[in-house]
Design a protein around this ligand. Structure first.
Ligand SMILES: NC(=O)C1=CN([C@@H]2O[C@H](COP(=O)(O)OP(=O)(O)OC[C@H]3O[C@@H](n4cnc5c(N)ncnc54)[C@H](O)[C@@H]3O)[C@@H](O)[C@H]2O)C=CC1
Ligand SMILES: O=C(O)[C@@H]1CCC=N1
Length: 266
């Protein structure tokens, strides 16, 4: 399968890195075009990808095309590539946030298969979480299974109605940034008490990674697991109550609410 990427920024590279690390694809099967050659030429050369002279050539040379550009420029890019999509059977996968199947399809033919996805950055190490929704043409297309199979190699996947995509952005698309922020805040406390930032980040990140793994591996709720850590009269409950008093849960809810509202265009 020849795979194209239009836009070779943070998210496209995370997907490519995950697919290459899991050997799901070879670098020589990739066809890429992005803004400013000088920004992605070294990366494309390193992985052995073909650099296309323009976005339409990516479509012409690929069976599956990932659209990985910012929402603001998406209409222009779709206009640029729509003719090539009309003239050959290539499959479109869009990760553009806030851009639904109807908006994508408005630039393309009615028979154009489109899979809308919302990945997260952790696909880079095959630990991502990706939501997907096919349009009517893609729901009867064998390529859909193949593409979802690829995504499953780089993390968890979930079929979601488009109406739930904004919620997913809060919980998984954007949330890695919130978790990185949490790890950085914890590490700052390590530094406050004399650890080097590097050691403090390592300790905090491993604690977060292990805690997430335990939630996924045990048939217990996160609240039950917190109870298992918090001994009566111990250090943990002191910390938990102080965090609650400082507005921890309110901050989390406000952060996700703002993210979801933004994705919904509110
Ligand atoms: N970064 C993330 O964690 C996630 C991003 N997304 C979505 O993925 C899309 C890409 O986001 P990022 O990779 O973070 O952005 P980015 O800014 O890192 O990458 C976008 C790339 O598009 C390129 N570009 C600009 N104009 C172009 C054109 N006319 N033709 C081809 N390429 C062009 C830019 O040079 C840049 O490399 C966005 O729509 C975003 O909403 C979705 C989920 C997570
Ligand atoms: O910040 C953004 O707009 C994108 C969507 C999900 C993650 N990054």
């Amino acid at each position: 399968m020849q795979i194209g990427f239009i836009g070779v920024g943070n998210m496209a590279r995370a997907i490519i890195d995950g697919l290459l690390a899991t050997k799901a694809v070879a670098g020589t099967d990739l066809h890429v075009h992005s803004g400013h050659l000088e920004h992605y030429q070294a990366y494309a050369d390193k992985i052995g990808a073909h650099i296309a002279p323009d976005n339409a050539t990516v479509v012409a040379d690929s069976d599956v095309v990932f659209l990985a550009v910012k929402p603001q420029i998406t209409p222009d890019v779709l206009t640029e590539i729509s003719g090539t999509f009309a003239s050959r059977p290539a499959y479109l996968v869009s990760m553009v946030s806030g851009f639904d199947l109807a908006a994508l399809g408005a630039h393309l033919t009615a028979s154009q298969p489109i899979l809308r996805i919302m990945p997260n950055l952790n696909v880079a190490i095959a630990a991502g979480m990706t939501a997907y929704a096919p349009n009517a043409a893609a729901s009867v297309d064998d390529q859909t299974k193949a593409v979802i199979g690829l995504l499953a190699q780089i993390g968890g996947t979930v079929a979601l109605p488009e109406a739930d995509f904004a919620t997913f952005v809060g919980l998984a698309g954007s949330s890695p940034a919130f978790v990185y922020q949490f790890i950085d805040a914890m590490a700052s406390v390590g530094v406050k008490y004399g650890l080097s930032k590097k050691v403090a980040v390592q300790i905090a990140a491993q604690a977060v990674a292990g805690s997430a793994q335990l939630v996924l591996n045990r048939d217990a709720s996160p609240a039950d697991l917190a109870d298992a850590v918090a001994s009566p009269g111990g250090t943990t409950i002191r910390g938990m109550l102080a965090m609650q008093a400082a507005g921890f849960q309110n901050a989390v809810v406000a952060g996700l609410d703002a993210t979801i509202a933004m994705d919904k265009g509110e």
